[in-house]
Unconditional design. Sequence first.
Length: 286
Amino acid sequence: MEEELRNLSKSAFCFLFFLCSSLLCTLAAVQLFSSHGSQISIFFSSLLIKDLYVHFPQIYAASSALLNEPMPEWVFAVKVLVFGVLLHVYEYKDVLPRFVVLALYCLHIYLEVELVLVFVGAVVSTLLGCDIEPVFNEPYLATSLQDFWSRRWNLMVSAVLRSAVHIPVQPNIAVLVGVMASFLVSGLMHELIYFYAIRLPPTWEVTCFFVLQGVATTSEIVVKRTLRWTPPHRAVSGLAVMAFVSVTGVWLFLPQLLRNNVHERATSECLLVIDFAKRKLFISSS
């Protein structure tokens, strides 16, 4: 049990390290494309001094006009229920179609990351007595790639990039280069965390995934600005976005994890935590 808990703590440390290092390296990269480099340098230096701050969701001021509504309790309860059921569905993966199992893996990644960050945010909010900005904003409701990556997925990094790159940099070409640089750095940081988790040389599949997302997102931006394209109904565009992200994720994001059974280790660790919590709760109640 002690060895399993030790491995679990190592995994948690790697995850938190990735959150911190990916934000810092992204800021360092996008600084190259900004005409206000001194302002970003000051901000970047302050983050280095307060490095523990970026392990957690961004604390926001009550006066901000861009606040996200907190997740309704029933939505959170549904996500917890789905995640719990998902962990046990894996027991029957041998009899399920391959595409269903891969879809479940995609759902697993999203739910586990969001629930962990919600838990961390709740702890920080309780300790500091302040509200915490959510990191995700229901990404499955996205109607475009730009909406998915800039307004619904990893909002903390998106907010930093928006203020550090997209607002200061006025020329359209510089904005597009900044978008591509952000996706490239994100891919490299995922390669780093994969190396920590797998201990094998990088295959660059994850980097290709994020570069592909960057190309698709910048292409979408160009089409919207130049052709004045009218998007289809949000149901159609939403399904198209989720299909593109899921299919490319299965193609380039998941293979390295699947080849090295990382998903199985993550599932067993989640079940270990749940079992540990159940036993502690049972002992305390008795």
